[in-house]
Design a binder for this molecule. Structure first.
Ligand SMILES: C[S@@+](CC[C@H](N)C(=O)[O-])C[C@H]1O[C@@H](n2cnc3c(N)ncnc32)[C@H](O)[C@@H]1O
Length: 274
């Protein structure tokens, strides 16, 4: 009852405040691990930039393993982290990519990027860039339109790009733009791994994600804040991948609905640049 009341009140709060409160709960849960293990004390605080529930290290490690197991991550890769948040995957990648590989992460959250720069100040192969791109959930005052976004990487410079839980906060036209930017920066044979809620007939909502139709390609959990969580039709995503000049290499269902096919909550697409 009390929990439902807190949730109802939180739903009325602006996006930034809601995420900060949720982040403070994540921080509280992380306190025992931080106290036990001095290495974990440097982890970023989620009330500053919240990238989701769960243990920072455990989720980061799971995402890294998925990049290794399903997207062919190699220590020599040049990597682009699209929407790197507060460095959850970067923290796992830094030792793997050293010394031959390189990493660029970008995000629209200034605080997230500041946290990453502090955390990796002594690791020159880990670079971070803030882009002031608009997003209703994460940067409602952003000055650059999503459709004008230019990734901070030269043409054909990247072996592996990934976006974990980022297209789940972007409408379809923005996803198309990000796919075409990815196609620009990937080398021939380069890969992109991205996680989404890929809606399919009979698999269009769950208890945690009560998606409702938003437009022809997408569904949302909250019409007031569409970017809070967005699902896209699987065939629309596949069409967008093809239109960007990329090819779907693998599609694995996550456990946000009961038919999980790999160790990840959201569905995973791996695509290649032919
Ligand atoms: C749920 S968090 C995931 C963060 C990170 N990928 C991870 O797995 O730890 C979503 C992230 O996407 C970022 N984001 C939202 N819209 C974006 C956009 N248009 N371009 C880049 N990043 C974006 C947010 O600022 C936030 O850091």
């Amino acid at each position: 009852m009390a929990r439902r009341l807190v949730r109802a009140l939180a739903d009325l709060a602006p996006a930034g405040a809601r995420r900060a409160v949720a982040g403070a709960m994540v921080d509280l849960k992380s306190l025992p691990a931080r106290l036990r293990d001095p290495a974990r004390r440097a982890e970023p605080w989620s009330f500053v930039h919240n990238v989701g529930n769960g243990d920072f290290q455990a989720i980061g490690a799971m995402l890294l393993h998925n990049l290794e197991d399903h997207a062919g991550l190699k220590p020599t890769d040049q990597v682009l982290d699209i929407g790197c948040g507060n460095g959850r995957v970067a923290a796992q990648l830094a030792p793997v990519l050293r010394p031959a590989g390189g990493y660029v992460g970008f995000d629209i959250s200034r605080r997230g990027i500041q946290a990453c720069r502090r955390q990796f100040a002594r690791e020159p192969h880990m670079r971070f860039q803030h882009l002031d791109v608009w997003n209703g959930e994460y940067n409602a005052r952003g000055r650059v339109a999503e459709l004008d976004t230019v990734f901070p990487a030269p043409d054909q410079s990247i072996d592996l790009a990934f976006a974990t839980s980022v297209f789940t906060h972007m409408r379809m036209p923005a996803v198309r733009r990000y796919l075409s930017e990815t196609a620009r920066v990937l080398r021939q044979g380069g890969r992109l791994a991205f996680t989404v809620f890929a809606l399919e007939p009979g698999r269009e909502a769950s208890d945690a994600f009560a998606f409702q139709e938003f437009d022809a390609t997408s569904a949302v959990v909250d019409f007031r804040y569409p970017e809070r969580a967005i699902g896209h039709r699987r065939e629309a995503l596949e069409q967008a991948v093809t239109e960007a000049g990329l090819r779907v290499a693998a599609f694995l269902r996550g456990y946000w609905t009961p038919v999980g096919e790999y160790d990840g909550g959201q569905d995973l697409f791996v695509v290649v640049k032919p």
